[in-house]
Structure formats: structure tokens, C-alpha cells
Write a protein that binds this ligand. Structure first.
Ligand SMILES: *Cc1c(COP(=O)(O)O)cnc(C)c1O
Length: 507
């Protein structure tokens, strides 16, 4: 029988009257001090997050300043835990970007919801090694349950397998490892045993607009990033189905196709439904990079964008973007559990095999020891529910359209993409020369960043510089979007006013 000591009884034993004062040695006082850093960190986090939530303007100190503050030489003598945490806060806080705030529109990053953070703290405090159901029983169950909820909310096959990885890069790596195993086994080759040397060549078809992490995954899997067939795209960055069909016709043997749900700059979706019949006939594996775009499936009004995606063989998505779970959480979802396990399962004498009725979390990820990533995901899905996820995603997309409309109404400001999701790309200046437009776009971004009221960043799009506005932060509401649009236009007026004064553009 299991020990029946409950946590509260354990508390009594550790801290209660059973322990004679003379046993409460100096060690236990030290231990208490070590634990107090948790409270200290909690208070500092609360203070910081409250300020950011209130829209505190924020320009981080320079890298050099931070390095000076953070490095006083290799510590020869230690300091107390309390002192170390104070020093960490003092050095790091001035170097934080307000990623968690309502005014952050840079890159495509989530905003670490306080609940996700709380669950993540507990995950760290509980210190489970989610390498096995024996090393972390509750963590293994949290993953099993959260995976089921996730598949249901994303409307994917309930028997798909889910690996809790560090992000979409590793999710694509895990999924494509399963793909590699599956397509080669179908060609009579056991890649896990024999590797790629002498294997039948795999044809890989990728959008020319695929995210850089896809190429990284291909590189790590020995599939090469240069030997892929690149599928051409339309004006919004979505694959041209005709070009895909033409390339696939020329492919013989094991084939992997990588499509995208949500382009990193435009939010565009590849036309998966139109690709499916040819993929089926060919027997190719279809992988979807849906780091944020896959979440459109949770939202009835956006789901049509993702038509056909449920029929793919694997999907990579993030928890730390639209679900607002803190870093690092991504999900590697695979429709062929056998291929998923063949590619990634690890075994060791000290890890007892688990029965069929128990999900072994380590069979679906490339790591062994890792944090219990299921807890924050479980907590966020429990908190938001299907409705809450759908409402948040829909709101962000509505706010993106609102910002786009506001910016596009201004002379000499152009929104370059069709705003199908939460991404807006913008260019400034109606100048004759594209170089001048590049310069003014970059200058406008620079002014916005230096003011620190809101945050946007730049990217290259079709060989030119654009400003990218990504609405994906859970606290962002109408008022924040309106204010940000006004701040962006104000920065642009400063840049264009200066340019007009110096004769660079016509006023
Ligand atoms: C962010 C992103 C990735 C990479 O995900 P990480 O979580 O940063 O590893 C891949 N693809 C797309 C479309 C993304 O937006």
C-alpha cells in the first residue's frame, strides 16, 4: 500500500510541533532562507508584471551596459540566495523587453499569461523530470490529458500523438524525423537502424516562403536545406498550387511536403485542400508548420482558412505563442504514432517500460530529462477553455484588421498584405525610389522603438524592408490597438516631416 501521508501531514511533520526546538538546527534556518527567495522572486515578478500591464514605456539598456552590470567577474565566493536573486533582478530588469505587455507587437511572440507563469513556477518548484511516468507521474498524466484537450480544440484526429517540445522548431524536427522514418520504411529502408547512408533519396518540397526553422530541422535530419524543391508563392506568401502540382509530378519515391498555416509576416495559409488529392495519389507525407496559424482551427470564423489541414500527417505548433504559455512549449503532433515512436523513443535499463494503458512522455520528444511542460499547457487550456481560445484568437485578428485599416488610411503608408489573420506588414513613403522607402520604413521602426511606448519590428518582404505588426499578446484590447496605431503614425509623421524638410520627399 502507498504511504497515506498527505501533503498537509507532511507539513506538520516538517514544520509542526513534533520537531523539538533543539532539533530546529541552524541548517533548517538556512533552509528557510533558501526558500524565502521564492517569495522574493514572486514579489519582484508581480511588481514587474503590474508595471508592464499598465503599459509602462520601456526601452532596454544597451547590451554593453547590461554586460557590465551582469558580470563582476567569476564569483569566487558565493553570496546568500537572497542576495543572488536581488542581484539578478537588479541586473536583468533594465534589460527586459516588454514582451508580456499589451503594447508589444514585435516578431510573433506570446505574452506569458500570469496563469501560465504560475503553473510554470510550480513546474520548476516541483522539479519533476518528465523523462518517464515513474520519474514524474503527475506530469505524465498532465501531458496525456493536455494533449487530448489540445487535439480536440485544434480539431485534429484524437488518436494523433503529441510530443511536448521546446517550440515549433523542435516540433518540426520531431515531426520530420517521424516523416523520414515513415517514407523510408515504405520504401523498404530502416533509417533508425541504418541511417541515411545508402538510403533511397527523399524528395522534399517546401514553400519558398517557409519559416527558417523548417530549414534548420531539415539540416539537422540530414535532409539538407539546399536540395529541397522550392514551391513558388503568390503575393501574400501562400504556395501556388499549380507550381506544387508541377513539382510533385516530377518527384519519384519517398516524398515529404512541408506546408504552412500562418506565414510569419503575412499570416497566409497554403492551399492545403487543393493539394490533398495529389498528395494522396503520390503517397507523400504532408507536414504543417502552424506555429501560430494552426490556432485558427480553434475559431469557427477563421477555421475555413485551415481547410484540409486536418488530413495532414504531422503538425508543428507553439504553446508559447497564441496559447500564452511561457517559453518553452511547442507541440509535435503526428498522425502515425508508430512512426513518431520509432523515430524518437528512447529506452534504458533504468527506465522501466510502461504498460499500454500509460502514455510514456519520452517516446515523442528528442530529449530525455526535461521540465514537465504539460503543467502550464494543462492550466492554460483549463483556464481559457475552447471558448476562451477562440475568443482571444478572433479578437487579435479583428484588432490586426483595425490597425491595418487605420494605417492604410494615412497618405504614403501602405499595408502590403491581405490581413487574413493577426499579421500586418507596412511600408512607409510613396517615394520613387525603393531604397528611400526602405530607409524611411527602418527609420520609422527606429523612432517607435526608441520612444518605447509600443514595440514593432522589421522584416524583409519581397526584397524590401517592412514594418511588421503582430497582434498576439493576450492583454491587447481595442484601446491598445488604437493607441499603437496612433503612436506608429506619429513616429511616421516625425520621419516624413524630417525628410520633407531636407527635401528627400515631396511634402
Ligand atoms: C515562430 C515560428 C516558428 C519557430 O517556432 P519556435 O517556437 O520559435 O521554435 C516556426 N514557424 C513559424 C511560422 C513561426 O511563426
Amino acid at each position: 500500500m502507498r504511504s497515506s501521508t498527505s501533503f498537509s501531514e507532511a507539513d506538520e511533520v516538517a514544520g509542526g510541533a513534533d520537531i523539538k526546538p533543539d532539533h530546529a538546527s541552524r541548517h533548517s534556518a538556512d533552509r528557510q532562507e533558501d526558500f524565502e527567495v521564492l517569495e522574493h522572486a514572486g514579489r519582484a515578478a508581480l511588481r514587474y508584471r503590474s508595471a508592464i500591464a499598465a503599459g509602462a514605456s520601456h526601452v532596454p539598456r544597451s547590451y554593453q551596459e547590461l554586460r557590465t552590470a551582469g558580470d563582476s567577474g567569476t564569483p569566487e565566493q558565493g553570496v546568500s540566495a537572497a542576495r543572488a536573486i536581488e542581484q539578478l533582478i537588479a541586473f536583468a530588469e533594465p534589460g527586459l523587453l516588454a514582451t508580456t505587455g499589451p503594447n508589444f507587437f514585435g516578431w510573433v511572440v506570446g505574452a506569458s499569461h500570469p496563469l501560465g507563469v504560475a503553473a510554470d513556477w510550480l513546474t520548476s518548484a516541483w522539479g519533476q523530470n518528465c523523462g518517464n511516468p515513474q520519474t514524474a507521474p503527475a506530469a505524465a498524466v498532465a501531458e496525456e490529458v493536455a494533449a487530448r484537450w489540445l487535439l480536440d480544440i485544434l480539431r485534429l484526429a484524437p488518436d494523433a500523438t503529441v510530443g511536448f517540445v521546446s517550440g515549433t522548431t523542435m516540433a518540426s524536427f520531431a515531426c520530420l524525423a517521424a516523416a523520414r522514418s515513415h517514407v523510408l520504411l515504405a520504401a523498404g529502408w530502416d533509417v533508425e537502424a541504418k541511417g541515411l547512408f545508402g538510403a533511397p533519396p527523399i524528395q522534399v518540397l517546401v514553400s519558398e516562403e517557409a519559416h527558417t526553422s523548417v530549414f534548420l530541422a531539415l539540416r539537422m535530419l540530414g535532409l539538407g536545406q539546399e536540395r529541397v524543391h522550392r514551391i513558388r508563392t503568390d503575393g501574400n506568401g501562400a504556395m501556388l498550387a499549380d507550381h506544387f502540382h508541377m513539382l510533385l509530378r516530377d518527384c519519384a519515391g519517398p516524398t515529404i511536403v512541408i506546408a504552412q498555416a500562418g506565414h510569419i509576416s503575412t499570416g497566409a495559409f497554403d492551399p492545403v485542400a487543393a493539394m490533398l488529392p495529389a498528395l494522396r495519389r503520390h503517397g507523400a507525407w504532408l507536414h504543417i508548420d502552424g506555429a501560430f496559424g494552426l490556432w485558427a482551427r480553434a475559431c469557427p470564423e477563421l477555421a475555413p482558412l485551415t481547410a484540409g489541414i486536418e488530413a495532414a500527417d504531422s503538425w508543428a505548433t507553439d504553446g508559447h505563442k497564441w496559447l500564452q504559455v511561457p517559453y518553452e512549449t511547442g507541440y509535435a503532433i503526428v498522425a502515425h504514432g508508430d512512426a513518431h515512436r520509432r523515430a524518437l523513443a528512447a529506452s534504458a535499463s533504468y527506465l522501466a517500460p510502461v504498460g499500454d494503458e500509460v502514455r510514456d512522455p519520452t517516446q515523442y520528444v528528442p530529449e530525455l530529462s526535461r521540465r514537465a511542460r504539460g503543467f502550464p499547457t494543462w492550466a492554460m487550456l483549463r483556464h481559457l477553455g475552447r471558448d476562451g481560445v477562440a475568443a482571444m484568437v478572433a479578437r487579435h485578428c479583428r484588432l490586426a484588421r483595425k490597425i491595418a485599416a487605420r494605417l492604410a488610411a494615412e497618405p504614403a503608408v501602405s499595408v502590403l498584405n491581405e490581413v487574413v489573420l493577426n499579421q500586418v506588414i507596412v511600408r512607409f513613403g510613396t517615394d520613387r525610389s525603393p531604397e528611400a522607402g526602405d530607409a524611411m520604413t527602418q527609420e520609422t521602426i527606429g523612432v517607435i522603438q526608441s520612444r518605447g511606448q509600443c514595440f514593432v519590428s522589421g522584416a524583409r518582404w519581397k526584397d524590401r524592408w517592412v514594418m511588421r505588426v503582430s497582434v498576439i499578446s493576450w492583454p491587447t484590447r481595442d484601446h491598445d490597438a488604437e493607441t499603437a496605431a496612433a503612436q506608429i503614425l506619429d513616429a511616421w509623421r516625425q520621419v516624413s516631416g524630417k525628410a520633407a524638410a531636407s527635401g528627400k520627399i515631396r511634402a
